[in-house]
Design a protein around this ligand. Structure first.
Ligand code: IMP
Ligand code: MG
Length: 338
């Protein structure tokens, strides 16, 4: 803080939604910006409810937080309106004038195209074709849509002004480093660069405005759709370990592999990460479930965290130990000299 960028370190689904929502409440964020699009589902478990957000920032649980969607994002109007209702955020949500729009034809194209739907295994949400249309300079933008008029704003200006006033801003990235169009496992990637610099660019802030890049790693690696996954476990082995997950947006079974130090190291380099948030530690070490202080962790779990810090040379400042927003060990005060 005051300006933190959250980025996924593997193939998405690292638990960014949980981390963003915790920071919103804990740090009393003033403003949060969502990037990317509706192909990414962020899960937030809050007050006995589970939200599966695809466009509204996960920081919505802090009721004073202004919620924005960046110019580089791609919006599906009906999903946006549904989530505004669900999160009761009507009065505090804003969309950049230039956010581009996913239309029905893009969804059809995504699902009907053999290469995209079969070979790459896209989420079928129309995001790639909508971005392609934008590149052809024929896309509809938020400013062209009547229903969005009440929400339109200049996101770059709002964010930069907030930062100049010393307000607390969170930039929520989506997906993960290895799904990046530039740095991922091409062609098995998404339609945009998912790394920290691109996240800032989608919002309209320069690199000098960022104080912290918080990279989120899950305690194991998952991937949905096609493409390489080093040391992939068989579905039986994943089940046996209790690491099997079902994708938020598509309902597909996620492929699973153990934590990958090599991928993590490179992701830290590409994103210039300053802190690590490690999620789902309790899935790998069930005895740690619900722990809220480091001392409650088992020796094995502590050893894993020490190994991460010694190999990756970045402090693990947040550790997720359960689904609920407050199931977290927050070591920022101890580990960061500020
Ligand atoms: P697209 O983004 O729908 O074009 O899909 C391209 C690839 O990225 C596919 O392998 C998807 O499964 C994957 N993908 C896209 N968004 C996410 C996400 O939020 N989490 C995990 N995988 C994703
Ligand atoms: Mg997800």
């Amino acid at each position: 803080m005051p300006c933190t960028v959250i980025v996924g370190g593997f193939f998405g689904d690292e638990g960014k939604g949980k981390i963003a929502s915790y920071l919103a409440i804990k740090d009393k964020l003033d403003l949060a910006v969502r990037t990317g699009s509706v192909n990414a589902g962020h899960t937030v478990a809050w007050k006995n409810r589970k939200y599966k957000l695809r466009i509204i920032p996960s920081a919505f649980i802090h009721e004073k937080c202004r919620l924005l969607i960046g110019a580089g994002a791609n919006l599906n109007v009906s999903i946006f309106l549904k989530e505004v209702k669900e999160t009761n955020s009507e009065k505090r949500v804003g969309i950049d004038f230039q956010t581009s729009i996913i239309e029905e034809k893009h969804i059809k194209e995504d699902r009907g195209d053999e290469h995209l739907s079969k070979k790459i295994g896209t989420t079928g949400q129309g995001v790639g074709p909508a971005i392609a249309e934008r590149v052809r300079r024929k896309a509809k933008l938020a400013r062209d849509i009547e229903e969005l008029k009440p929400y339109l704003t200049d996101v770059a200006l709002e964010v930069n002004q907030a930062l100049n006033l010393g307000k607390k801003v969170l930039i929520e990235g989506t997906q993960g480093t290895y799904l990046s169009l530039y740095h991922g496992t091409y062609p098995y990637v998404t339609g945009r660069d998912t790394t920290a610099s691109a996240i800032c660019s989608e919002v309209g802030i320069g690199p000098k405005k960022v104080d912290d890049v918080l990279i989120v790693f899950k305690a194991y690696v998952t991937r949905v759709g096609a493409g390489p996954l080093p040391n992939e476990l068989s579905p039986e082995e994943a089940d046996k370990r209790g690491w099997t997950e079902i994708a938020t947006v598509t309902g597909r079974r996620r492929r699973v592999a153990p934590f990958n130090f090599q991928l993590a190291k490179r992701a830290i380099m590409i994103n210039s990460a300053t802190q690590i948030a490690l999620t789902k530690l309790d899935i790998v070490y069930p005895e740690c479930k619900g722990a809220r202080s480091y001392n409650e962790l088992s020796p094995k779990a502590k050893k894993f965290i020490e190994e991460i810090e010694s190999k990756l040379k970045v402090p693990v400042t947040l550790i997720g130990t359960g689904e609920e927003v407050h199931d977290i060990i927050d070591l920022r005060m101890e580990k960061l000299e500020k």
